[in-house]
Write a new protein. Structure first.
Length: 181
């Protein structure tokens, strides 16, 4: 299936979810994430600040915000800057995503885990993003554990990876945790 077809299908499935299903899925996925040894050991974690159509990260950020050092991405041209997460210092940035204020960027090499948003994943860790390549550019220079999170229906049979695509190490949905070897 082509990436555009995957994007269209996943978007349609997300429209069918009600608030209870969205909340329940986020709770299940992040409970699975919290059980990972890699999460327990990580201190500096890059997380996305979810859009309404994405698996919500808001409760997860609130729950762990005093025990882990979270960072959020901020669009800077064609790249992503990494800044400390502070709920009181967010503004509506590029693509209507809440982004951190400030100038204290952190090199990606200091991040131990990256929670990667995507439209879809496959069992090999390949992902379909929104098509602009921000995360592929960021992930290509990172040794951090890369974790993809999503709804069960965001796990597809196969994604045709392109040379610039960077797979995730772990994919987590409500009912599955897939560790890529």
């Amino acid at each position: 299936m082509k990436k555009e077809d995957i994007r269209r299908n996943v978007k349609a499935r997300k429209c069918l979810l009600n608030d209870e299903e969205r909340c329940s899925a986020a709770e299940s996925v992040f409970a699975r994430l919290e059980a990972l040894a890699a999460f327990m050991l990580a201190d500096k974690i890059l997380v996305y600040h979810s859009l309404p159509d994405e698996l919500s990260t808001h409760s997860f950020l609130d729950k762990w915000g005093t025990r882990k050092r979270f960072f959020l991405p901020r669009v800077n041209g064609v790249n992503l800057d990494i800044l400390p997460y502070d709920r009181s210092r967010l503004h509506l940035g590029s693509f209507h995503i809440e982004e951190p204020d400030g100038t204290e960027t952190v090199p990606v090499e200091q991040i131990e885990m990256i929670i990667v948003p995507a439209v879809a994943y496959d069992r090999n860790g390949n992902r379909v993003g929104r098509g602009r390549g921000y995360y592929d550019r960021l992930l290509s220079s990172s040794a951090a554990v890369k974790v993809g999170v999503g709804y069960d229906f965001q796990l597809v049979d196969e994604i045709d990876a392109e040379p610039h695509d960077v797979p995730v190490d772990i994919v987590i949905t409500q009912t599955r945790t897939i560790v890529r070897r």
